[in-house]
Write a protein that binds this ligand. Structure first.
Ligand code: SF4
Ligand code: SF4
Length: 386
C-alpha cells in the first residue's frame, strides 16, 4: 500500500473509528517467513491490521488476523468480542500449524483482558507471549528476544491518541448536527459544526488538566467527578442553557416558538456531545466506568507464586515481582485503571477485585463478564448473586 493510500485510509478510518471496520481474517505472510519465523496475532480492525503490517515492514514473520468483529484489540478483548475461542479458531483453521515448527504466538498485550494465555495453552499447546502495547514497539520487542521494557507495557493517552479520539468523536456528531440543523436553522450550520469540533478537541486535548486539577487522584485519576447521578448532569446543563436562551430572548424581544426550538435543538446537540459516555470518556459526570473505578485489586500473598504474568500484562505497570521471594508487589497500585487483565491472567487466582462495600469479585467473574461498549461490566446485584 502506498504512503498516500495508507494515510488516506487512516484519516477515513479515524473519522469512522466508532464503527467496526473489519479486515479479512486468517494468515498473512509478512516478508519472506519460514518455519522458524515468529508468529504474531492481531485483531481484525482494519486500522490496526494496516498499522501492524506497517510496523512489521522489513521483518519476516507470520501474522494471524483473528476475528474481533472489526473492533480494536482493547475494546474487543474487554468487551468479549475477541475471546479464547477467536484465538483458538485462527490458530487451528489458518494453516499456521503446518507452516512453523514451533508453538509460540505473540499476542498484543491489550488482549490480556479477554484472552486467557493459560486456556490457550491447555487447549492448543500454543504458548502465548504478550507483546508490546504499541505495534510500533514490535521490532524492538523482537530484537530484544521478545522481552518488553516497562515503557512497552505502559498505556499512555498521548496527545496523538487524544487527537484521534477527538476526531472519532467530532466527525459523526458534527455530521448529525449538520443534518439536523440543515432543516431547522440553516444559517447556524457552520458555526454549530465548528462548535462541535471545538468542544470535541477541548474535551480530549484537555484530559491531562482534568487529572491535575479535577481528577482527585487515586481511584478517580483522569476523570472529573461531578456525581449528580449518571444521567442528571446533561439534563441540568441543558436546562441551564435553555433557561439562559429564554431569558436572553425575553430581554432582546426575540422570544418566540421558532427561537426556542432552534436554541433547544442546538444546545441539545452540544450538551449530548459533551456528556456522551464513551467507555468513560465523558468529562462531565460519573460514567458507567466509575463504578469499576471504585474497585481495588486485592493480592492474596498465600496464593501468589511469583509467576509475573500480572507484571507482564498490566498496562499501568502497577506490579513489580520480587523474584527472590517469588511474590508480586504493587508499588504503583494508585495507577490502576481496573482493566482486570492481571486477574484474568494470574494462573493461581491470587488476584481479585474488592468492592467499596467489602465484597469480592473473584477472577472467574471477571473472566466471564465483559464490559459493554458503554463501560458497564456487571451490576452490583449480579456481583451479589455470585
Ligand atoms: S499475582 Fe498471580 S500472576 Fe502475579 S506474580 Fe502472583 S501468581 Fe504470578
Ligand atoms: S493492576 Fe489494575 S491496571 Fe494493572 S492489570 Fe490489574 S486491573 Fe489492570
Amino acid at each position: 500500500m502506498s504512503k498516500l493510500r495508507f494515510w488516506l485510509a487512516t484519516i477515513i478510518e479515524t473519522c469512522l473509528r466508532m464503527l467496526p471496520i473489519p479486515a479479512r481474517t486468517g494468515l498473512v505472510p509478512v516478508g519472506n517467513p519460514g518455519p522458524d519465523s515468529p508468529v504474531l496475532l492481531t485483531c481484525n480492525f482494519d486500522l490496526t491490521v494496516r498499522r501492524v503490517k506497517r510496523a512489521l515492514q522489513g521483518i519476516d514473520c507470520w501474522l494471524l488476523v483473528a476475528n474481533s468483529r472489526g473492533v480494536n484489540v482493547w475494546c474487543a478483548a474487554t468487551g468479549g468480542l475477541l475471546s479464547n475461542h477467536d484465538v483458538i479458531s485462527v490458530l487451528r483453521t489458518s494453516g499456521i500449524e503446518k507452516k512453523v515448527n514451533h508453538r509460540q504466538v505473540i499476542l498484543p498485550q491489550l488482549a490480556a483482558t479477554g484472552v486467557e494465555g493459560k486456556a490457550i495453552r491447555q487447549q492448543t499447546h500454543w504458548r502465548v507471549i504478550w507483546g508490546p502495547v504499541e505495534a510500533t514497539d514490535i521490532p524492538a520487542f523482537l530484537a530484544a528476544s521478545q522481552t518488553k521494557t516497562a515503557a512497552m507495557r505502559q498505556v499512555t493517552f498521548s496527545w496523538r491518541r487524544r487527537l484521534e479520539m477527538a476526531v472519532a468523536w467530532g466527525f459523526p456528531i458534527s455530521l448529525v448536527t449538520a443534518v439536523v440543523v440543515w432543516f431547522v436553522w440553516r444559517q447556524a450550520l457552520w458555526p454549530l459544526v465548528a462548535l462541535v469540533w471545538a468542544v470535541s478537541l477541548l474535551v480530549f486535548l484537555a484530559f491531562p488538566l482534568y487529572e491535575r486539577f479535577l481528577g482527585g487522584g487515586g481511584k478517580h485519576r483522569g476523570f472529573v467527578i461531578f456525581d449528580f447521578g449518571q444521567y442528571g448532569v446533561p439534563l441540568v446543563l441543558w436546562g441551564i442553557v435553555i433557561a439562559g436562551a429564554v431569558g436572553w430572548g425575553w430581554v432582546s424581544g426575540a422570544l418566540d416558538g421558532v427561537y426556542v426550538l432552534r436554541w433547544g435543538l442546538a444546545s441539545l446537540v452540544v450538551v449530548a456531545l459533551v456528556s456522551m459516555d464513551l467507555m468513560g470518556s465523558t468529562p462531565l459526570y460519573k460514567s458507567g466506568l466509575h463504578e469499576d473505578r471504585l474497585l481495588q485489586v486485592h493480592l492474596d500473598t498465600e496464593l501468589c507464586k511469583g509467576a509475573a504474568f500480572c507484571e507482564d500484562v498490566c498496562p499501568r505497570n502497577c506490579f513489580t515481582v520480587d523474584h527472590t521471594r517469588r511474590l508480586a508487589t504493587r508499588p504503583r497500585a494508585d495507577a490502576c485503571v481496573q482493566c482486570g487483565a492481571c486477574l484474568v491472567q494470574c494462573p493461581f487466582d491470587a488476584l481479585s477485585f474488592s468492592t467499596p462495600d467489602g465484597g469480592t469479585i473473584p477472577p472467574d467473574v471477571i473472566r466471564t463478564y465483559k464490559l459493554n461498549l458503554m463501560g458497564k461490566r456487571l451490576q452490583r446485584a449480579e456481583v451479589g448473586d455470585q
